[in-house]
Design a protein. Structure first.
Length: 336
C-alpha cells in the first residue's frame, strides 16, 4: 500500500472528513501506519470520532495535525503544479508529508518519534483535548498548519462568544409597549466595535468578527430576542478580553463563551524564513506534548476556499523538512 506524497494526498482528499465525520480517513491512516511498521493507538475523542496516535519506540518528538476539514466537500483535481480539493492544504497534504517523513525515518532506522492526528480542529478541538490525556514522553510537538513553508514564531489566541439579548414583544405600531432585543444587541455590538482592544508588539492587534447575527419574529413585531456570535483573535490573555467584553456589554446581553485558547509563542529553528500568524491551532490544547514548533506547506489564504490547493513543490519539500526537524529536535531532547 506504499504511496508517494502526491498519491497519499490524493487518497486523503478523496475521503470526505468534514468535522464530525472523520472516522473513515482516521481508520485509513491507522491501517496504513500499521502496515508501515508503527504501533498504532486509536483513541475515541467522541463517538465515531477517532484520534490516531502512531509511534515508533518511545517518542520524544511528535508530528501532529488534524484530520477534519471545513464544509463543503470539494472533489479532487490537479494540474502540473497543484493538487486541489477540500483539505489539500488544511491539512491533508500536511498529513501526507508527515506520513512520508515517518516512513523515511523508519527506513533510516530512526526511532522514538510519533504521529498524532486529531479530529475537530475546525470545530472546537475536541480531538486535541482528548489527545492531551494520552500518556506520552514527548519533548517537542511539530504541529502542521499551512504556513507557506515558513517557521511560525507566534500565533494569536481565540475567544468565541455568543451574546443573547432579551426584550418584550409588542405591535410595531406601538413600540413604547415593548422592548426591542435587537436594538439592545445592536447598541452593544456598536459599543464593542468602538473598543480599542489590546495590541502586542509581536502578534499585532486583537480583532473581532461578528460572524452570525439573528433574532426577531417579524417586521411588524418588536423583537423579543436576538443573538450574535463573535470571534476574537486575541494577543493577550483571554481573561483580560472577557473583562473588556463584560464591562462594555453590561446588562444588555447575556454572554456565553463557547471556545477559548491563549496566544502561543513557538520554537525557533535556524535556517527558516519566519512568520507570525493570526489563525489559531490545536497547539494550546496539546500542552502535554512538549514545546511547540509550527510549520507546514500551503497557504492559509487558500484554506476554507472553493479553490483550496497545495503546491506539489512545497509538498515534496515538506517531507524532507519534517525529517530534518525530527532529527534536530531529537538532538535537542537528548541534550536536555
Amino acid at each position: 500500500m506504499n504511496m508517494d506524497v502526491f498519491e497519499m494526498t490524493r487518497r486523503l482528499i478523496s475521503i470526505p472528513s468534514i468535522s464530525g465525520d472523520e472516522k473513515a480517513v482516521a481508520l485509513f491512516l491507522a491501517d496504513y501506519l500499521t502496515d508501515a511498521g508503527m504501533q498504532v493507538e486509536v483513541q475515541d475523542a467522541a463517538p465515531n470520532r477517532p484520534n490516531i496516535y502512531a509511534r515508533r519506540g518511545n517518542p520524544s518528538i511528535a508530528l501532529s495535525t488534524h484530520t477534519d476539514t471545513v464544509p463543503p466537500f470539494i472533489e479532487l483535481r490537479e494540474d502540473d503544479d497543484f493538487i486541489y480539493g477540500r483539505g489539500a492544504c488544511d491539512a491533508k497534504g500536511i498529513i501526507a508529508a508527515m506520513v512520508k517523513a515517518a516512513e523515511s525515518l523508519i527506513e533510516d532506522d530512526v526511532s522514538d518519534f510519533g504521529l498524532l492526528f486529531v479530529v475537530g480542529e475546525e470545530a472546537g478541538s475536541p480531538g486535541a483535548r482528548a489527545a492531551n490525556e494520552i500518556a506520552n514522553s514527548s519533548r517537542y510537538l511539530i504541529n502542521g498548519e499551512p504556513t507557506e513553508s515558513k517557521l511560525v514564531l507566534g500565533s494569536k489566541g481565540a475567544l468565541r462568544a455568543v451574546l443573547k439579548s432579551q426584550g418584550r414583544a409588542a405591535h410595531s405600531a406601538y413600540p413604547e409597549r415593548g422592548e426591542s432585543a435587537i436594538d439592545k444587541l445592536l447598541d452593544a455590538l456598536t459599543d464593542l466595535r468602538r473598543v480599542s482592544f489590546p495590541r502586542d508588539e509581536t502578534l499585532g492587534a486583537t480583532t473581532m468578527n461578528i460572524g452570525v447575527i439573528g433574532g426577531g419574529v417579524a417586521a411588524n413585531v418588536i423583537s423579543p430576542h436576538a443573538e450574535a456570535e463573535l470571534l476574537f483573535r486575541i494577543v493577550t490573555d483571554t481573561r483580560s478580553i472577557k473583562r473588556i467584553i463584560e464591562e462594555t456589554i453590561g446588562a444588555r446581553a447575556e454572554i456565553e463563551y463557547t471556545f477559548e485558547c491563549e496566544p502561543v509563542f513557538t520554537q525557533r529553528l535556524e535556517g527558516f524564513e519566519t512568520a507570525i500568524v493570526s489563525f489559531t491551532t490545536d497547539i494550546p490544547l496539546l500542552s502535554a506534548w512538549g514545546r511547540p514548533v509550527l510549520f507546514g506547506p500551503g497557504s492559509i489564504l487558500d484554506a476554507h476556499t472553493a479553490n483550496e490547493k497545495i503546491s506539489k513543490r512545497e509538498l515534496a519539500e515538506a517531507v524532507s523538512v519534517y525529517v530534518e526537524m525530527v532529527r534536530e529536535l531529537k538532538q535537542r531532547a537528548m541534550q536536555g
